[in-house]
Design a protein around this ligand. Structure first.
Ligand SMILES: [Zn+2]
Length: 287
């Protein structure tokens, strides 16, 4: 009841401001960011996502309707994905007043190892691993960057953003602890994935993520042989695949080492629930 009265009062307040009743329009790159932004922005914001469900951020191009919506947006939350590099300047030209906030600011990113760098020499050498959202530790940083961005765009909502952020931050802390318990005693174990979407989770909890994919492509025969050898040696029981990517090589490797193939979506919108279930599956596979 009190909540209802409050929201009625809020509505009244907003309406008296006339156009202030409009929600803050913010774009994000991927669905997990939408989840974070909605936890913090609540009713004050309208969050649109560029890479919609089932689309691959690695080969992403916006739809014409999305460009039109971007032309009207107040803000954009970038997260350090390669496609943003070419797209954001285009959007800025279209909508010069739109503010771009790098919500990956301050995240200690995982840089490619020497071996991977040799592979990447041609195109994007030194590119950091972008999958920062799949760990509660890095999610904390993303969330606080979003909080600050919302306050900057909509100072009238400061108290709301601070309160919602505090609540969400506590939940992230609890999730981080929960996963720490889940992975305790499993430090040093490896898990095999097609696409390396869980490297930050691995780093936080001392696990080792082994990726099949090389440079975002199916591996060569020589890479396959190496991965199969490593998977056998480590006794890998499960190979995790992302629904957005091809799974041909994953099935070949699974058959060769007698492992099961399981889906683990690195881009799910129900971020919290998804992370919990993927983490459980990884922990189970490491038993
Ligand atoms: Zn990815």
């Amino acid at each position: 009841m009190i909540k209802k009265i409050c929201s009625l009062l809020l509505l009244l307040l907003l309406c008296t401001k006339g156009e202030g009743a409009e929600k803050l329009s913010v774009f994000v790159s991927i669905l997990p960011q939408k989840y974070f932004a909605e936890q913090i922005g609540g009713d004050r914001v309208n969050v649109s996502v560029l890479v919609e469900k089932g689309r691959d951020p690695h080969t992403f191009e916006p739809l014409p309707g999305q460009m039109a919506a971007l032309a009207q947006a107040t803000g954009y939350f970038s997260i350090g994905l390669p496609f943003e590099e070419t797209l954001l300047p285009r959007i800025s030209k279209l909508n010069p007043s739109m503010k771009i906030f790098a919500v990956d600011k301050g995240v200690d990113k995982i840089l490619p190892s020497r071996h991977e760098e040799e592979h990447q020499e041609k195109e994007h050498s030194h590119a950091a691993d972008p999958h920062i959202w799949n760990s509660p530790a890095e999610a904390q940083r993303i969330a606080s960057n979003m909080r600050d961005a919302f306050i900057e765009m909509d100072p009238a909502g400061k108290e709301d953003y601070l309160r919602a952020y505090d609540r969400f931050s506590l939940r992230l802390k609890a999730l981080e602890e929960e996963l720490r318990t889940l992975f305790s005693g499993k430090e040093g174990t490896s898990f095999l994935v097609f696409h390396p979407g869980w490297s930050y989770l691995a780093r936080t909890y001392g696990l080792r993520e082994v990726a099949i994919e090389v440079d975002g492509k199916e591996p060569k025969a020589s890479d396959m042989a190496k991965i199969i050898g490593e998977a056998r040696e480590k006794g890998v029981k499960v190979i995790f695949i992302a629904p957005q990517f091809s799974k041909k090589s994953a099935s070949v490797i699974a058959e060769a080492v007698g492992a099961a193939v399981r889906e683990a979506n690195p881009l799910a919108e129900e971020w919290e629930e998804n992370l919990r279930s993927v983490a459980s599956a990884i922990a189970e596979s490491a038993e």
